[in-house]
Design a protein around this ligand. Structure first.
Ligand SMILES: [Zn+2]
Length: 306
């Protein structure tokens, strides 16, 4: 149990996090609409009415106004509330993980940039190069504090190399890059923060996170488009793979069953891939999600679980 003083500081860290979150909302919005961060003062995007001071209190204003503009009753995007809350919670987590240190200050900045870049990527599929440069800059500063500059530079180069190789693979299949250049900027910046070896773990983790988000959405889309042939083959494959995995957890298993199991997994897997590749071009089944958010989620998981 932390002592009273720690809890008192933690409370204020959370409040500061909420206020920074509020500011990040402005950075996101004005960045996407090309407006200045400092000017003009906050206004409703719908009715252009200037907001009163009590419309700008993090979390509370959104709750008090019940998610609607005070003047025109236009719905306010829940993005404001979510960004404030997430930033507050991240700041709190940083404080409890790193205490009062230079690491904490650098992590506040780095995680704030994570939040901004995640939202611009989710909202408009845009990663601002400037944000990536600032993130990489703070990654380098972090590495200088830890006397780890070489590792940081290696991470930067590794991020660029891995992502550009995967992006180039796109030319083999669809005659264009597999994904936008923004993802390379993110991986490179994360490389400066983590160094080359942990970056590999973060990138593999990102693939898993991405799969966990994409798969349910993809299954839902197949169901909605009534593409039952692909849906059944996919569900069948996942079931067979799961049963195989559960069976092989026992050590006293017959080798014949293992071989039959592998054969079934491979056959159902190949059939599933054939169904998916057949349908992906003809129907609207394809799901293209930005990869950036998965990378940031993995990076946050790596920071706090490591
Ligand atoms: Zn309004």
């Amino acid at each position: 149990m932390p002592d009273i003083l720690t809890l008192y500081i933690a409370f204020w860290v959370f409040i500061v996090g909420l206020c920074i979150g509020s500011f990040l909302n402005v950075v996101i919005l004005r960045g996407l609409s090309n407006e200045s961060i400092v000017f003009p003062p906050s206004k409703c995007p719908k009715c252009q009415h200037a907001l009163k001071w009590w419309h700008n209190i993090p979390l509370l204003s959104y709750i008090l106004l019940r998610g609607k503009c005070y003047f025109c009753h236009e719905k306010i995007s829940p993005q404001y509330f979510i960004v404030e809350l997430v930033t507050g919670l991240l700041y709190l987590a940083v404080f409890f993980k790193f205490g009062i240190s230079i690491n904490t200050v650098l992590m506040f900045v780095i995680l704030s940039l994570f939040v901004v870049m995640t939202v611009t990527d989710l909202k408009e599929k845009i990663i601002f190069e400037l944000h990536a440069y600032i993130l990489a800059g703070f990654g380098i500063v972090l590495s200088l504090v830890h006397h780890n500059l070489l590792n940081s530079i290696l991470g930067l180069m590794e991020g660029i190399l891995i992502m550009e190789i995967f992006a180039a693979i796109g030319y083999l299949f669809v005659k264009s890059r597999a994904f936008g250049v923004g993802d390379t900027f993110i991986a490179a910046a994360l490389g400066t923060i983590f160094g080359w070896a942990p970056l590999l773990i973060v990138l593999i983790l990102s693939l898993i996170v991405q799969a966990c988000i994409t798969l349910p959405l993809y299954i839902y889309k197949l169901y909605k488009n009534k593409n039952f042939k692909t849906l059944i083959s996919l569900v069948l494959f996942l079931l067979i793979a799961l049963i195989y995995k559960l069976l092989t957890l026992k050590s006293d298993i017959n080798m014949t069953i293992i071989y039959i199991g592998i054969l079934l997994v491979v056959i159902s897997g190949l059939y599933c891939v054939r169904q998916i590749t057949r349908n992906i071009k003809s129907t609207k089944d394809a799901i293209i999600l930005p990869f950036g958010p998965a990378m940031f989620i993995s990076a946050v998981a790596f920071i706090f679980l490591n």
